[in-house]
Write a protein of this length. Structure first.
Length: 95
């Protein structure tokens, strides 16, 4: 099966699933815990500016998360969950 055929088949399965036809598509659901962003940052020992830079977000975004005005979602939420399990992971990966 060519790459094009594989992609086409995958898209057809996704459309069938979205239309309620089940098919052979498998859905993987993951649950990412809510994160206390300020506590995660404290665990790293970094300042707000350093931590924001290390995870690729604006300092204002980090401040909003820490003060509860906004909540991280998607990849940011996953990254923060990883950092909460291993506060040194960002430094180790970016060295």
């Amino acid at each position: 099966m060519s790459a094009n055929d594989s992609i086409t088949k995958g898209l057809e399965e996704a459309l069938a699933f979205a239309e309620g036809q089940g098919g052979t598509a498998r859905v993987h659901r993951i649950s990412v815990p809510d994160i206390d962003v300020a506590e995660v940052r404290r665990q790293t020992g970094l300042s707000q500016a350093q931590f924001a830079r290390s995870i690729g977000v604006a300092k204002g975004t980090l401040l909003n998360w820490e003060q509860g005005r906004r909540h991280p979602t998607g990849p940011a939420q996953v990254l923060l969950a990883l950092i909460s399990k291993n506060p040194r992971v960002v430094g180790e990966l970016l060295r």
